[in-house]
Design a protein around this ligand. Structure first.
Ligand SMILES: N[C@@H](CCC(=O)N[C@@H](CS)C(=O)NCC(=O)O)C(=O)O
Length: 225
């Protein structure tokens, strides 16, 4: 028996990293089973799903299981999906362009998103210095992304994993007090282009419904999906 066609993706109803993997799999037209692990605003990610605990030493989603292959980390999953289903490609073909796109994807998770994580713990103090500094840092990052969008529709040229990563990270920035503004009009248009993609709507629509059901604010650009 070879590797089954379908894989299983463990994610959470409000997992930004899980949503990255989910959107990429849908963009590639891959068939998979989505397993949502327990998550709510009170208990957060407890109890942990037993498969997530078994597979990922960091006990985090997303986790992907495909036959006897077990993977974790959204960026590792991106690489596997690209090899599993090369078409449509989500990394540019040319070597330097590909490296730039990979760096952008990395920066979204590791340079921009930490500002958003900082804001998560400062929601009742958004007017105070640490939050103001985190919001200013997020805005400086938006300005860099705005300059990349000069004359192109996506951050690295064609649609890539870098767009998927930054779309999801910025969605959480929007929720945590670092929204996109008219100071970065090309970035606003990019977000709208991304939001209209069927793969994005299929993931962000249920996330918006989940937030509304939990009594949490739903950013305007996520409404009506
Ligand atoms: N670098 C990892 C980060 C994964 C991550 O932080 N996952 C969160 C959900 S979005 C999680 O499972 N948190 C639960 C925990 O850390 O206990 C990736 O890219 O997949």
């Amino acid at each position: 028996m070879g590797t089954p066609t379908r894989f299983t993706l463990y994610s959470g109803p409000l997992s930004m990293f899980g949503a990255k993997a989910q959107i990429a799999a849908l963009e590639k037209g891959l068939d998979f089973e989505l397993v949502l692990v327990p998550f709510d605003f009170h208990a957060l990610y407890t109890p942990k799903h037993p498969e997530v605990l078994r597979i990922n030493p960091k006990a985090q989603v997303p986790v992907l299981v495909h036959g006897d292959l077990e993977l974790f980390d959204s960026t590792q999953i991106f690489e596997y999906l690209e090899d599993l289903q090369p078409s449509p490609p989500l990394w540019p073909r040319e070597t330097a362009e590909r490296a730039r796109a990979r760096l952008l994807e990395h920066q979204s998770d590791e340079v921009y998103f930490p500002h958003v994580v900082r804001l998560m713990g400062l929601q009742d103090k958004l007017g105070e210095e640490p939050a103001v500094a985190a919001i200013a840092a997020a805005r400086r990052y938006y300005a860099k992304m705005e300059s990349l969008l000069q004359g192109r529709e996506f951050l690295a040229g064609p649609l890539t994993f870098a767009d998927i990563a930054f779309y999801m990270a910025a969605l959480f920035g929007e929720r945590q007090g670092a929204p996109l503004t008219h100071e970065t009009p090309r970035l606003l248009q990019w977000r709208e282009r991304m939001t209209q993609r069927p793969a994005v709507r299929a993931v962000v629509g249920p996330m918006a419904a989940w937030l509304a059901n939990a009594g949490r604010p739903v950013p305007a650009f996520m409404q009506g999906l």
